[in-house]
Design a protein around this ligand. Structure first.
Ligand code: ZN
Length: 320
């Protein structure tokens, strides 16, 4: 076991081994900061490999048009939640802006000063092509020079990807306004999905997801950094029902994330007959089970056991 990537303490505990890949990944838990982490941390080569076209897709968008249509609706809802209470002309930073769709949406609807950060690669190139009027920066959070401070910083499914999450959070404190808003959504390692499916859980997303927290530990840790919890949202039509579907399929099928890979536009479809049959079955399974998992999403959100959580924090720095 290696030291914790968050607090650097030793004595990590093994939680479970991941058998879905040829590489022997494991999930370990830190008894000090309570983080769950992928072990070993991917090498630079593995890191670069997983963020090439396989992650973001090769076309103009990440998913095929029908999926993008729904993603757009959810994006709009997400945007309205994020900018609630944010004044006109405020400065907003979207960390891990992907192809920039979220910022373009804000640009169209509001009058904010927008900045997006993305690591160098295909997504950043796509963000450049799609840019409708935001400042695009490339690189890592802790080493980027921003025109700070920001009134709102959003990190949608980014935190779990960070190689240096602790340093990055400390950097956020330097670039966010006092009373500024920070929105972070992350997978929930304390969810029913995580407990049931373990290494077949869709949102475990090995080896891209490096760190997880249980909600109570995450809020406690953020509080210790003067981020006061303002809201937590467990329901997510965008993330949670599909998490169930793909996790079930991962248990039933030999091919991990087969349907998900199809839905992304990156896969050059050289499907054999057998694959097409498999695909048909997976789509049929999705159609049949989707209503059930939509209902289940409501239920698990009541018990705070959803697969993903969107937290809103307000930064309240202490004066001492
Ligand atoms: Zn730790």
């Amino acid at each position: 076991m290696k030291n914790c990537i968050f607090c650097n303490q030793k004595e990590q505990q093994l939680v479970f081994k991941i058998k879905t890949y040829s590489f022997p990944w494991k999930i370990q838990k830190c008894p000090f900061c309570k983080a769950y982490e992928l072990y070993p941390t991917p090498t630079e080569k593995q890191f670069n490999e997983v963020y090439n076209t396989g992650y973001y897709g090769k076309g103009k968008t990440k998913f095929n048009p029908l999926i993008e249509f729904f993603v757009d609706i959810f994006r709009g809802m997400r945007a309205s939640r994020a900018v609630k209470g944010i004044q006109k002309n405020a400065k907003i930073l979207d960390v891990g802006c992907g192809s920039g769709s979220f910022l373009n949406f804000l640009k169209k609807k509001y009058s904010f000063e927008l900045t997006g950060l993305e690591i160098e690669g295909d997504a950043a190139l796509r963000a450049k092509d799609n840019n409708k009027g935001f400042t695009l920066l490339t690189g890592f959070l802790k080493t980027t020079d921003f025109k700070a401070p920001f009134d709102l910083i959003t990190m949608y499914h980014v935190f779990e990807h960070l190689l240096t999450p602790h340093e990055d959070l400390e950097h956020i404190k330097k670039i966010i306004n006092p009373n500024g808003k920070l929105v972070i959504s992350i997978p929930n390692i304390d969810s029913w999905q995580a407990s049931i499916f373990k290494d077949k859980w869709f949102h475990l997303d090995v080896p891209r997801h490096l760190i997880f927290f249980k909600p109570k530990d995450f809020k406690k840790m953020m509080q210790s950094k003067n981020f006061e919890i303002n809201n937590e949202r467990y329901i997510s039509w965008e993330q949670n029902p599909y998490g169930y579907i793909q996790s079930c399929l991962n248990c039933l099928s030999k091919k991990h994330n087969f349907l998900y890979d199809f839905l992304k536009t990156n896969v050059k479809n050289s499907y054999k007959k057998r694959d097409l049959f498999r695909l048909g079955l997976h789509i049929l399974f999705t159609g049949i089970t989707l209503p059930l998992f939509l209902v289940l999403d409501i239920l698990e959100s009541i018990f705070k056991k959803s697969a993903t959580v969107e937290y809103t924090f307000i930064y309240r720095p202490k004066n001492d």
